[in-house]
Design a protein around this ligand. Sequence first.
Ligand SMILES: C[S@@+](CC[C@H](N)C(=O)[O-])C[C@H]1O[C@@H](n2cnc3c(N)ncnc32)[C@H](O)[C@@H]1O
Length: 300
Amino acid sequence: MKPGVGLIGVGPLAGQPTPPGWVPAAGPPPELSEAEFFNFCRLIHRHAGIHLSPQKKALLQARLVKLVQDRGLGSYQEYYRRVVEDKSGRELTCLLDAVSTNQTAFWREPAHFVYLAREIVPEWRRAKGRDSSRWLWSAGCSSGEEPYTLAMVLLTALDPEELKRIRIFAADLNTQMLAQAQRGIYPEDRAASLPPEWRRRFFQKGHGRWTGYLRVKPEVRELVEFFHLNLMDPFDFQEKFDLIFCRNVMIYFDRQTQAAVVEKLYRSLKRGGYLFLGHSESLSNLRHRFTYVKPTIYRK
Ligand SMILES: C[S@@+](CC[C@H](N)C(=O)[O-])C[C@H]1O[C@@H](n2cnc3c(N)ncnc32)[C@H](O)[C@@H]1O
Protein backbone atom coordinates (compact mmCIF):
# COMPACT_ATOMS: atom_id res chain seq x y z
CA MET A 1 0.00 0.00 0.00
CA LYS A 2 1.17 3.51 -0.75
CA PRO A 3 0.37 6.39 1.59
CA GLY A 4 -2.49 8.30 0.11
CA VAL A 5 -4.13 5.11 -1.06
CA GLY A 6 -6.48 4.24 1.75
CA LEU A 7 -6.92 7.89 2.62
CA ILE A 8 -10.32 8.01 4.18
CA GLY A 9 -12.92 10.69 3.91
CA VAL A 10 -12.98 11.55 7.57
CA GLY A 11 -16.39 13.11 7.38
CA PRO A 12 -19.41 12.56 9.60
CA LEU A 13 -18.89 9.78 12.06
CA ALA A 14 -20.62 6.49 12.39
CA GLY A 15 -22.98 5.87 15.28
CA GLN A 16 -25.38 8.78 15.21
CA PRO A 17 -26.56 9.51 18.77
CA THR A 18 -29.93 8.05 19.64
CA PRO A 19 -31.97 8.88 22.74
CA PRO A 20 -30.49 7.70 26.03
CA GLY A 21 -31.24 4.07 26.84
CA TRP A 22 -30.71 2.22 30.04
CA VAL A 23 -28.80 4.67 32.17
CA PRO A 24 -31.27 6.41 34.47
CA ALA A 25 -31.14 10.20 34.51
CA ALA A 26 -30.20 10.09 38.18
CA GLY A 27 -27.94 7.47 39.71
CA PRO A 28 -24.74 5.81 38.60
CA PRO A 29 -24.53 3.53 35.54
CA PRO A 30 -24.24 -0.22 36.14
CA GLU A 31 -20.75 -1.46 36.90
CA LEU A 32 -18.83 -3.17 34.12
CA SER A 33 -18.35 -6.76 35.31
CA GLU A 34 -14.91 -8.41 35.31
CA ALA A 35 -16.01 -10.70 32.48
CA GLU A 36 -17.27 -7.78 30.38
CA PHE A 37 -14.06 -5.86 31.05
CA PHE A 38 -12.03 -8.90 29.99
CA ASN A 39 -14.01 -9.31 26.75
CA PHE A 40 -13.66 -5.66 25.76
CA CYS A 41 -9.94 -5.70 26.63
CA ARG A 42 -9.40 -8.75 24.43
CA LEU A 43 -11.30 -7.17 21.55
CA ILE A 44 -9.45 -3.85 21.82
CA HIS A 45 -6.09 -5.58 22.10
CA ARG A 46 -6.77 -7.82 19.11
CA HIS A 47 -7.78 -4.94 16.87
CA ALA A 48 -5.67 -2.00 18.06
CA GLY A 49 -2.83 -3.57 20.03
CA ILE A 50 -3.83 -1.38 22.96
CA HIS A 51 -3.32 -3.07 26.30
CA LEU A 52 -5.68 -1.94 29.06
CA SER A 53 -4.47 -2.67 32.58
CA PRO A 54 -6.99 -3.48 35.34
CA GLN A 55 -6.55 0.12 36.54
CA LYS A 56 -8.22 1.28 33.33
CA LYS A 57 -11.53 -0.43 34.13
CA ALA A 58 -13.26 2.72 35.43
CA LEU A 59 -12.03 4.68 32.42
CA LEU A 60 -13.25 2.05 29.97
CA GLN A 61 -16.59 1.91 31.75
CA ALA A 62 -17.00 5.69 31.51
CA ARG A 63 -16.35 5.57 27.77
CA LEU A 64 -18.64 2.58 27.22
CA VAL A 65 -21.51 4.20 29.11
CA LYS A 66 -21.64 6.92 26.50
CA LEU A 67 -21.51 4.49 23.58
CA VAL A 68 -24.26 2.32 25.10
CA GLN A 69 -26.39 5.36 25.92
CA ASP A 70 -26.00 6.98 22.52
CA ARG A 71 -27.27 3.81 20.86
CA GLY A 72 -30.19 3.36 23.23
CA LEU A 73 -28.93 -0.11 24.19
CA GLY A 74 -29.67 -1.96 27.41
CA SER A 75 -26.29 -3.28 28.56
CA TYR A 76 -22.56 -3.42 27.94
CA GLN A 77 -23.01 -6.97 26.68
CA GLU A 78 -25.52 -5.84 24.10
CA TYR A 79 -23.05 -3.23 22.90
CA TYR A 80 -20.28 -5.82 22.78
CA ARG A 81 -22.45 -8.04 20.58
CA ARG A 82 -23.23 -5.12 18.31
CA VAL A 83 -19.52 -4.42 17.82
CA VAL A 84 -18.56 -8.00 17.00
CA GLU A 85 -21.58 -8.61 14.79
CA ASP A 86 -21.21 -5.42 12.75
CA LYS A 87 -19.50 -6.66 9.62
CA SER A 88 -19.01 -3.11 8.29
CA GLY A 89 -16.49 -2.44 11.08
CA ARG A 90 -18.10 0.93 11.87
CA GLU A 91 -18.97 0.01 15.44
CA LEU A 92 -15.46 -1.25 16.05
CA THR A 93 -14.13 2.06 14.71
CA CYS A 94 -16.37 3.94 17.18
CA LEU A 95 -15.18 1.76 20.04
CA LEU A 96 -11.51 2.23 19.16
CA ASP A 97 -12.07 5.99 18.70
CA ALA A 98 -13.50 6.08 22.21
CA VAL A 99 -10.72 4.15 23.92
CA SER A 100 -7.56 5.56 22.36
CA THR A 101 -5.55 8.14 24.26
CA ASN A 102 -4.91 11.12 22.03
CA GLN A 103 -2.89 13.55 24.10
CA THR A 104 -0.58 15.59 21.90
CA ALA A 105 0.79 19.10 21.42
CA PHE A 106 2.56 21.36 18.96
CA TRP A 107 6.32 21.37 19.47
CA ARG A 108 6.06 18.37 21.81
CA GLU A 109 9.46 17.01 22.85
CA PRO A 110 11.28 19.79 20.99
CA ALA A 111 14.69 18.08 21.02
CA HIS A 112 13.45 15.87 18.16
CA PHE A 113 12.56 18.84 15.96
CA VAL A 114 15.87 20.50 16.76
CA TYR A 115 17.68 17.27 15.82
CA LEU A 116 15.79 17.16 12.53
CA ALA A 117 16.70 20.75 11.65
CA ARG A 118 20.32 20.68 12.87
CA GLU A 119 21.46 17.15 12.08
CA ILE A 120 19.19 15.46 9.57
CA VAL A 121 18.50 18.33 7.17
CA PRO A 122 22.24 19.09 6.68
CA GLU A 123 22.80 15.35 6.19
CA TRP A 124 20.12 15.26 3.49
CA ARG A 125 21.87 18.20 1.81
CA ARG A 126 25.26 16.48 1.91
CA ALA A 127 23.87 13.20 0.62
CA LYS A 128 24.38 12.22 -2.97
CA GLY A 129 21.37 12.59 -5.22
CA ARG A 130 20.32 15.85 -3.62
CA ASP A 131 17.21 15.94 -5.71
CA SER A 132 15.74 12.77 -4.26
CA SER A 133 12.46 13.22 -2.46
CA ARG A 134 12.19 13.02 1.30
CA TRP A 135 9.29 11.16 2.84
CA LEU A 136 8.34 11.62 6.48
CA TRP A 137 5.65 9.80 8.44
CA SER A 138 3.96 10.72 11.68
CA ALA A 139 2.58 7.33 12.75
CA GLY A 140 -0.04 7.89 15.43
CA CYS A 141 -0.49 11.57 14.59
CA SER A 142 -3.58 12.15 16.76
CA SER A 143 -5.15 15.58 16.03
CA GLY A 144 -2.30 16.71 13.79
CA GLU A 145 -0.06 18.87 15.97
CA GLU A 146 2.94 16.58 15.43
CA PRO A 147 2.92 16.45 11.60
CA TYR A 148 2.10 20.18 11.40
CA THR A 149 5.09 20.91 13.66
CA LEU A 150 7.24 18.79 11.33
CA ALA A 151 5.95 20.84 8.40
CA MET A 152 6.71 24.15 10.17
CA VAL A 153 10.23 23.00 11.02
CA LEU A 154 10.88 22.08 7.39
CA LEU A 155 9.30 25.28 6.08
CA THR A 156 11.75 27.12 8.29
CA ALA A 157 14.80 24.98 7.52
CA LEU A 158 14.47 24.33 3.77
CA ASP A 159 14.46 26.51 0.68
CA PRO A 160 11.50 26.44 -1.74
CA GLU A 161 13.24 24.06 -4.17
CA GLU A 162 14.00 21.59 -1.38
CA LEU A 163 10.44 21.88 -0.06
CA LYS A 164 9.05 20.66 -3.37
CA ARG A 165 10.57 17.27 -2.63
CA ILE A 166 9.14 16.91 0.87
CA ARG A 167 6.07 14.83 1.63
CA ILE A 168 4.77 14.38 5.15
CA PHE A 169 2.28 11.58 5.75
CA ALA A 170 0.32 11.36 8.96
CA ALA A 171 -1.77 8.40 10.05
CA ASP A 172 -3.86 7.39 12.99
CA LEU A 173 -6.32 4.75 14.01
CA ASN A 174 -8.75 7.29 15.45
CA THR A 175 -11.08 8.70 12.79
CA GLN A 176 -12.26 11.57 14.99
CA MET A 177 -8.69 12.73 15.59
CA LEU A 178 -7.98 12.50 11.86
CA ALA A 179 -11.02 14.65 11.12
CA GLN A 180 -9.74 17.28 13.56
CA ALA A 181 -6.25 17.04 12.12
CA GLN A 182 -7.53 17.62 8.59
CA ARG A 183 -9.52 20.65 9.69
CA GLY A 184 -6.35 22.11 11.21
CA ILE A 185 -8.30 24.40 13.55
CA TYR A 186 -7.18 24.68 17.16
CA PRO A 187 -8.03 26.80 20.21
CA GLU A 188 -5.45 29.61 20.39
CA ASP A 189 -3.86 28.34 23.57
CA ARG A 190 -2.88 25.06 21.83
CA ALA A 191 -0.31 27.03 19.84
CA ALA A 192 1.15 28.79 22.89
CA SER A 193 4.12 26.39 22.91
CA LEU A 194 5.24 27.65 19.48
CA PRO A 195 7.50 30.68 19.02
CA PRO A 196 5.40 33.87 18.50
CA GLU A 197 7.01 34.34 15.09
CA TRP A 198 5.75 30.90 14.00
CA ARG A 199 2.26 31.62 15.34
CA ARG A 200 2.13 34.69 13.12
CA ARG A 201 3.68 33.01 10.10
CA PHE A 202 1.86 29.67 10.10
CA PHE A 203 -1.63 30.37 11.50
CA GLN A 204 -4.67 32.44 10.56
CA LYS A 205 -6.62 33.99 13.39
CA GLY A 206 -10.32 33.15 13.58
CA HIS A 207 -13.04 35.81 13.52
CA GLY A 208 -16.71 35.88 14.38
CA ARG A 209 -17.73 32.49 15.71
CA TRP A 210 -14.13 31.36 15.28
CA THR A 211 -12.73 34.00 17.63
CA GLY A 212 -10.27 32.30 19.97
CA TYR A 213 -9.26 29.75 17.31
CA LEU A 214 -6.32 29.48 14.95
CA ARG A 215 -6.25 27.74 11.59
CA VAL A 216 -3.08 26.22 10.21
CA LYS A 217 -2.26 28.09 6.99
CA PRO A 218 -2.54 26.31 3.62
CA GLU A 219 1.25 26.36 3.03
CA VAL A 220 1.61 24.11 6.11
CA ARG A 221 -1.48 21.96 5.47
CA GLU A 222 -0.43 21.33 1.88
CA LEU A 223 2.71 19.57 3.05
CA VAL A 224 0.78 17.03 5.12
CA GLU A 225 -1.38 14.18 3.86
CA PHE A 226 -3.51 12.38 6.43
CA PHE A 227 -4.67 8.77 6.13
CA HIS A 228 -6.30 6.15 8.25
CA LEU A 229 -4.01 3.34 9.33
CA ASN A 230 -4.09 0.81 12.09
CA LEU A 231 -0.51 -0.10 12.95
CA MET A 232 -1.77 -3.60 13.76
CA ASP A 233 -2.73 -4.14 10.13
CA PRO A 234 -0.16 -5.28 7.57
CA PHE A 235 1.31 -2.32 5.72
CA ASP A 236 3.81 -2.22 2.95
CA PHE A 237 4.44 1.14 1.33
CA GLN A 238 5.74 1.35 -2.23
CA GLU A 239 8.03 4.19 -1.21
CA LYS A 240 10.22 3.98 1.89
CA PHE A 241 10.45 6.76 4.46
CA ASP A 242 13.43 8.89 5.45
CA LEU A 243 12.02 9.48 8.89
CA ILE A 244 9.24 8.06 11.05
CA PHE A 245 7.91 9.70 14.17
CA CYS A 246 6.06 7.06 16.20
CA ARG A 247 5.99 8.85 19.50
CA ASN A 248 3.84 7.98 22.50
CA VAL A 249 1.93 5.35 20.55
CA MET A 250 3.59 2.03 21.35
CA ILE A 251 3.56 2.88 25.03
CA TYR A 252 -0.02 1.53 25.01
CA PHE A 253 1.00 -1.76 23.38
CA ASP A 254 2.29 -4.92 25.07
CA ARG A 255 5.87 -6.07 24.34
CA GLN A 256 4.96 -8.57 21.65
CA THR A 257 2.87 -6.00 19.75
CA GLN A 258 5.62 -3.39 20.16
CA ALA A 259 8.21 -5.75 18.67
CA ALA A 260 5.96 -6.56 15.69
CA VAL A 261 5.22 -2.87 15.00
CA VAL A 262 8.89 -1.89 15.37
CA GLU A 263 9.82 -4.49 12.75
CA LYS A 264 7.16 -3.13 10.37
CA LEU A 265 8.45 0.41 10.90
CA TYR A 266 11.98 -0.84 10.20
CA ARG A 267 10.86 -2.30 6.90
CA SER A 268 9.10 0.96 6.03
CA LEU A 269 12.30 3.02 6.32
CA LYS A 270 15.02 3.67 3.77
CA ARG A 271 18.49 2.51 4.75
CA GLY A 272 19.83 5.29 6.98
CA GLY A 273 16.28 6.42 7.82
CA TYR A 274 15.41 7.52 11.34
CA LEU A 275 12.85 6.34 13.88
CA PHE A 276 11.84 8.71 16.69
CA LEU A 277 10.04 7.40 19.77
CA GLY A 278 8.38 9.24 22.65
CA HIS A 279 10.43 10.44 25.62
CA SER A 280 9.46 7.51 27.86
CA GLU A 281 9.83 4.87 25.15
CA SER A 282 12.83 2.76 24.22
CA LEU A 283 13.69 -0.30 22.18
CA SER A 284 16.06 -1.60 24.84
CA ASN A 285 13.79 -4.46 25.95
CA LEU A 286 12.84 -5.54 22.44
CA ARG A 287 14.47 -7.60 19.72
CA HIS A 288 15.03 -5.16 16.85
CA ARG A 289 17.37 -4.33 13.98
CA PHE A 290 17.82 -0.59 14.58
CA THR A 291 21.05 1.17 15.47
CA TYR A 292 20.84 3.33 18.55
CA VAL A 293 21.63 7.00 17.90
CA LYS A 294 20.66 8.65 21.19
CA PRO A 295 17.78 8.25 23.64
CA THR A 296 14.53 7.82 21.65
CA ILE A 297 16.31 8.17 18.27
CA TYR A 298 17.17 5.09 16.18
CA ARG A 299 18.47 4.50 12.70
CA LYS A 300 18.11 1.80 10.07
C1 LIG B 1 -0.85 9.80 22.83
S1 LIG B 1 -1.17 10.00 21.10
C2 LIG B 1 0.41 10.54 20.52
C3 LIG B 1 0.31 11.57 19.43
C4 LIG B 1 1.64 12.10 18.91
N1 LIG B 1 2.40 11.06 18.26
C5 LIG B 1 2.44 12.73 20.01
O1 LIG B 1 3.41 12.15 20.50
O2 LIG B 1 2.07 13.83 20.44
C6 LIG B 1 -1.25 8.30 20.55
C7 LIG B 1 -1.97 8.13 19.23
O3 LIG B 1 -1.75 6.81 18.74
C8 LIG B 1 -2.93 6.36 18.12
N2 LIG B 1 -2.95 4.89 18.08
C9 LIG B 1 -3.13 4.03 19.10
N3 LIG B 1 -3.13 2.78 18.64
C10 LIG B 1 -2.94 2.85 17.31
C11 LIG B 1 -2.85 1.88 16.27
N4 LIG B 1 -2.99 0.58 16.52
N5 LIG B 1 -2.65 2.31 15.00
C12 LIG B 1 -2.53 3.63 14.72
N6 LIG B 1 -2.60 4.59 15.66
C13 LIG B 1 -2.81 4.21 16.93
C14 LIG B 1 -4.03 6.93 18.99
O4 LIG B 1 -5.27 6.99 18.30
C15 LIG B 1 -3.48 8.30 19.36
O5 LIG B 1 -3.94 9.31 18.50
